[in-house]
Design a protein around this ligand. Sequence first.
Ligand SMILES: [Zn+2]
Length: 107
Amino acid sequence: MGYECYITDSPVFVPENFREAFDTPCDIRRADPMDFEWYKGSGVPRDRHPLGGSIKFRACAACESENVLVIAAQWNVHRMNGDEYYDYELVCDDCGKFTRVSFADND
Ligand SMILES: [Zn+2]
């Protein structure tokens, strides 16, 4: 799987109305006990995200702006083989596009 990056006009990991749907910029939200711990919210700067030490958040993939907010992120290490997995989504304050990254530390 490796590293995948997509540019979209609408968010995928959060509702389209994420700015209103979340009352905090970034909090842990778990859909059910078996699900990953996702940080989701109305958006937090990359250097203030709780997973900033584990994930190197990129700039906007559409316009390379650094003026982005992290609206969703999860990070996981496989219990058996130590492989690292993460997904995250950014919104760009300059071009308004969404950048979505999925990473799997295998193959
Ligand atoms: Zn942009």
